[in-house]
Design a protein around this ligand. Structure first.
Ligand SMILES: [Fe+2]
Ligand SMILES: [Fe+2]
Length: 189
């Protein structure tokens, strides 16, 4: 497992939460929306922390275009953090709460896509497989410190069990993922 696969797995787990949030919104299920927002915030807190502390600093020096996307990425993280702070002050389910959640999800989707389409492919060609593997270990160790689930918590599940979780969690692209990608992506029950 390399760092880019792990970070992309985080993105897809969050995309699944967004899908579930949007259907909870359609069903006017406020309690479910509030619970999903809590999960989304936890995921975003951990993901932005490991990128900012470990991944971004490591890749920034490799190439000037990567450095530019890292700088933009930091600003995009900042906007999302401001939104999260504002959302935390509001009553879950309020019109403004929903509007801010919608903008947050759109921002994160745009940011994740930019990382996957621009930053990650360049990083993959700048850093070798060994470096990316080493980075993955660092990301996982930091996640564990932050109390977040890691790959090791899920790697022993069968592909069927993982697919079942991926279905429940609305993970996009699940049917074309292999066992290890699924394990990296799903949240343990
Ligand atoms: Fe990011
Ligand atoms: Fe990311």
């Amino acid at each position: 497992m390399d760092a880019i696969t792990l970070l992309t797995a985080d993105h897809n787990r969050v995309r699944g939460l967004f899908t579930r949030f949007r259907s909870a919104h359609e069903n006017e299920a406020t309690l479910e929306m509030a619970a999903l927002a809590t999960e989304i915030f936890q995921e975003l807190d951990v993901h932005t922390t490991i990128e900012e502390e470990i991944f971004y600093p490591r890749v920034k020096g490799t190439d000037s275009e990567i450095a530019e996307t890292v700088d933009e990425g930091l600003e995009e993280h900042h906007v999302v953090k401001v939104l999260m702070d504002e959302i935390r002050q509001l009553e879950a389910g309020d019109d403004q709460w929903v509007a801010k959640m919608t903008v947050l999800m759109e921002n994160v989707e745009h940011h994740a896509e930019e990382e996957e389409k621009e930053m990650f492919p360049s990083v993959r060609s700048e850093l070798g497989g060994d470096a990316l593997q080493g980075l993955a270990d660092e990301l996982e160790a930091r996640k564990q410190q932050l109390g977040a689930p890691v790959l090791a918590d899920k790697i022993d599940l069968t592909k069927e069990q993982l697919l079942e979780l991926a279905r429940e969690q609305a993970i996009p692209g699940r049917s074309s993922m292999d066992h290890d990608e699924l394990a990296a992506t799903v949240a343990p029950r």
